[in-house]
Write a new protein. Structure first.
Length: 331
């Protein structure tokens, strides 16, 4: 990687790190720098995406990723978009500045031969990953401007290369508020089904043996292996469980499910409920007898108090919540 590109990435990393705290004057300076060249704008956009990857941040927190010190970002002279040298920056970098610096350095090898302006590579770039921790919901803006809301303990991988917008829901649940772009269909996939947004807001829940789609506005095309494609309209849900696809209606204003701290169960299998509540429990949750997982129940239960909800649900079946060495068990 040449020195010019390295410098561009380092500046982009520092701007991205400080973006939320920029003053009005600093934002003007950033705008001037972005207008100087397509390379600047592309580097800044990629740094913003990379720095929202929680897996990378966790790696730096644990010391798993090398961090190289970043040279102080020079301030700009009045009336100029070129940086001028300044000595007022603190010599020690904070955690996120170290991450920004490390990302710039880490890009040196993968981006050899990569032209930032054109976005062309010899091979496909790795996907961006967004994640949330147990008991934590997180909101992100995807590279195309679409909104992403992750349920607790959830993770997605995003591939937004030229001509495509593909999201793999690797774990948990997510809501997508999709920015319309007919040239690049917005696709979400789980191991059980594929969904294509037709201008919409919808959520997808990835369970161990099933996937649930809920459409809040617009329509979503649902593709399931060995079945005819179907279109799910607003205020409808579809559950893909094995070779079976069940559908029904819901009121998104009163039952938005996990987005409002509630588990809304309507003939829900006990196994599905345990998986969803486990996303909010510090201790793993198990069903002592796996045969009980198919039992169904209905009701509303708090997600932010998983232990109490598990006790209430267990009582419906004469089960108790027991704390054992490795997990909480319904037995």
């Amino acid at each position: 990687m040449d020195d010019t590109l390295t410098s561009t990435l380092e500046l982009a990393a520092d701007w991205a790190d400080r973006f939320a705290e920029l003053t009005t004057d600093e934002r003007r300076q950033l705008a001037l720098w972005l207008e100087e060249s397509p390379e600047n704008a592309a580097a800044f956009a990629r740094m913003r995406r990379l720095m929202s990857d929680t897996a990378l941040i966790d790696a730096f927190d644990k010391g798993d990723a090398p961090v190289q010190p970043l040279a102080p970002l020079p301030e700009l002279r009045a009336g100029s978009s070129r940086p001028a040298r300044a000595d007022r920056r603190k010599p020690m970098l904070g955690r996120r500045q170290a991450i920004a610096a490390g990302l710039a350095g880490a890009l040196a090898l993968p981006f050899a031969g990569y032209w930032l302006a054109g976005g062309q590579t010899a091979g496909s770039p790795p996907p961006l990953r967004f994640a949330s921790r147990v008991g934590e919901r997180r909101r992100f803006t995807l590279p195309d401007g679409s909104g992403l809301l992750l349920d607790a303990a959830s993770r997605v991988a995003v591939d937004f290369s030229e001509g495509r917008r593909h999201v793999l829901l690797e774990q948990g649940a997510a809501r997508f508020d999709v920015r319309h772009d007919p040239a690049r269909p917005f696709k979400v996939r789980t191991p059980h089904a594929g969904m294509v947004a037709l201008g919409t807001s919808f959520s997808v829940d990835h369970l161990a043996e099933a996937s649930e789609l809920r459409v809040f506005s617009g329509r979503v095309r649902l593709d399931v292996a060995d079945q005819e494609t179907r279109v799910v309209p607003a205020d409808r849900w579809a559950l893909v469980h094995g070779a079976t696809v069940s559908t029904g209606s819901f009121d998104p204003t009163t039952h938005p499910d996990w987005q409002s701290d509630w588990l809304d169960a309507d003939a829900m299998p006990l196994g599905f409920a345990v998986q969803r509540l486990a996303r909010y429990s510090a201790a793993p949750v198990r069903i002592a007898d796996p045969k009980l997982a198919s039992l169904t129940f209905s009701g509303r239960f708090r997600l932010d108090n998983p232990r109490q909800s598990l006790e209430l649900i267990g009582a419906l079946f004469g089960l108790r919540l027991e704390k054992r060495k490795d997990a909480l068990y319904l037995a």
